[in-house]
Design a binder for this molecule. Structure first.
Ligand code: NAD
Ligand code: GLY
Length: 369
C-alpha cells in the first residue's frame, strides 16, 4: 500500500492506494466514523459491483449504512440531485464534524463534495473513488462542482476531503472504455511534468490497462503523488502551477461540448485527444520537437484512445470549436491561457495564444486523414 500525503496548511490528508483497502476501512477511517450510522453516497452501479467489502467491514463493526444512491451519468451532477442529496443529509441530521462517504467516480465525488461544502457551511467527507479517473484525479485536490445549463462544473467550491481511499480492487469491474478514459489522465501526468513516467507508461501502459496489480499500483500512486505535489503548491489555482493539470482540457472541453457532453466522447477521451492537439499545436509553433509530439500521439492511440479529431465525425469548423473555448472557466480578461508543451514532461501556460491561429490549426486537423 502507498500512502500519499496532500500537504495543505491545516487541512492535510492522506490518499491510501492499494488492493483490498475497503476491508480495512474501519482502521483507515479511525475516529472519523462517529456513531453507528454511516452516510454513504454511492453510484448505483459502483455500489452494486464493488460496495460489498465496505458494507461488510461496517456491518462487522456493528455499524449500519444510510445509503443515498446516485444514478450513473453526468446528468446526476446537477441542481436537482444536489437538492435531493442536501435534503437527505439534513434529514439525517448530519453535523459539521460528521463524515459523508462518496463512493463512485468523479460524478459522485464532485456532487458529494459540493453538497458537503454547503451543508451547515461545511461538513467532512471521505472519498472512495471507484474509477481510474477518480482515483488519479477527481478525488484528490478538493475541486467539487455541479453542472448547470450554462456549462459543466461552473458552480462549485474548493472543499478538501479528509481522507481518500483508492482501493484498486474496485477497478476490477470497471468497463474497459472507462479504464482507458482514466488512463488518459495517468498519461497526462507524464506528458505534463514527468518524462521518466511517460517512458515507463510507453512500455508498461498495457499492463496498467490490463489491471496488473503492480503496474496499476505504480501508475495510480505516481499519478496521485504528482497531483498532491501540484495541489500543495497551488491549491486554488492562482499561481499557474495547478493550471498545468488542465493540459489537454481546453481542446478536450471544446470537443466534449461539440459532442454534447455525451457518450460519444468521454471526458478522459477528450483529454487524451486534447493532449495530442496541444502537443501538435506546440510543435507547429516551433515550441516542441515534432517527434515528441508524435510520441504523445502514439502513446494515446496505442492505449486505444482517440488521437485524431477527424475520427469523431464532427460537422463543424475550427471557429465552432474555439467558440466553445470562449466559455471556458479559465478565460481571463477576454483571453484564454493555453497549456502548451516545450517537450514531453515540460508543460507551460502560454498567455499569448491567438484563438484565430488555434481555429486555423483545428480546421487542418478536422480535414486531415
Ligand atoms: P463517472 O463518475 O460518470 O463514472 C463512470 C462510469 O463508471 C459510470 O457509469 C459508473 O456507474 C461506472 N462505475 C464507477 N465505478 C465503477 C466500478 N467500480 N465498476 C463498474 N462501473 C463503475 O465518471 P468519471 O470518469 O469517474 O468522472 C467524470 C467526472 O469527474 C466528470 O463529471 C468530471 O467533470 C469530473 N472530474 C472532476 C475532477 C476534479 O478535480 N474534481 C477532475 C476530473 C474530472
Ligand atoms: N483536474 C484538475 C484539477 O484538479 O485541478
Amino acid at each position: 500500500m502507498a500512502v500519499i500525503p496532500v500537504e495543505l496548511s491545516g487541512r492535510s490528508y492522506e490518499v491510501h492506494v492499494g488492493t483490498g483497502l475497503l476491508s480495512d476501512f474501519i482502521a483507515l477511517a479511525g475516529d472519523r466514523l462517529r456513531g453507528e450510522r454511516v452516510p454513504i453516497v454511492a453510484d448505483t452501479v459502483a455500489w452494486a459491483n464493488a460496495g460489498e467489502p465496505l458494507e461488510r467491514a461496517l456491518n462487522d463493526a456493528g455499524m449500519t449504512i444510510e445509503l443515498f444512491e446516485v444514478t450513473p451519468g453526468e446528468s446526476s451532477k446537477g441542481w436537482s440531485m444536489l437538492e435531493a442529496l442536501v435534503d437527505w443529509m439534513l434529514a439525517l441530521g448530519i453535523e459539521r464534524r460528521d463524515h459523508v462517504i462518496a463512493f463512485g467516480g468523479g460524478v459522485v465525488g464532485d456532487l458529494t463534495g459540493f453538497a458537503c461544502s454547503i451543508v451547515k457551511r461545511g461538513c467532512n467527507f471521505i472519498q472512495v473513488p471507484t474509477t481510474l479517473l477518480a482515483q488519479v484525479d477527481s478525488s484528490v485536490g478538493g475541486k467539487t462542482a455541479i453542472n448547470t445549463s450554462a456549462g459543466k462544473n461552473l458552480v462549485g467550491a474548493f472543499h478538501q476531503p479528509s481522507l481518500v481511499i483508492a482501493d484498486l480492487a474496485t477497478l476490477g469491474t470497471l468497463p474497459d472504455r472507462e479504464m482507458r478514459a482514466g488512463y488518459a489522465e495517468v498519461l497526462k501526468y507524464g506528458v505534463l511534468g514527468d518524462r521518466e513516467f511517460f517512458d515507463w507508461l510507453a512500455a508498461d501502459g498495457p499492463k496498467v490497462l490490463a489491471r496488473e496489480p503492480d503496474a496499476l499500483s505504480h501508475a495510480v500512486a505516481t499519478s496521485v503523488a504528482a497531483k498532491a505535489r501540484i495541489v500543495a503548491e497551488d491549491e486554488r489555482e492562482t499561481s499557474g502551477v495547478r493550471a498545468l493539470l488542465n493540459l489537454g482540457h481546453t481542446f478536450g472541453h471544446a470537443l466534449e461540448a461539440e459532442t454534447g457532453f455525451s457518450d460519444r466522447l468521454l471526458h478522459g477521451e477528450g483529454v487524451a485527444l486534447g493532449m495530442v492537439l496541444a502537443a501538435r499545436f506546440s510543435a507547429r509553433r516551433g515550441f516542441m520537437p515534432e517527434d515528441e509530439a508524435q510520441q504523445v500521439g502514439e502513446a494515446v492511440s496505442s492505449a486505444g484512445l482517440p488521437s485524431e479529431i477527424s475520427a469523431l465525425g464532427l460537422d463543424c469548423s475550427g471557429q465552432t470549436l474555439t467558440a466553445h473555448m470562449m466559455h471556458d472557466k479559465k478565460m481571463e480578461g477576454g483571453t484564454l491561457p493555453f497549456l502548451l508543451l516545450r517537450g514531453i514532461g515540460a508543460a507551460y501556460l502560454d498567455r499569448d495564444v491567438v484563438l484565430d491561429d488555434v481555429a486555423a490549426f483545428l480546421d487542418e486537423q478536422l480535414q486531415a486523414h
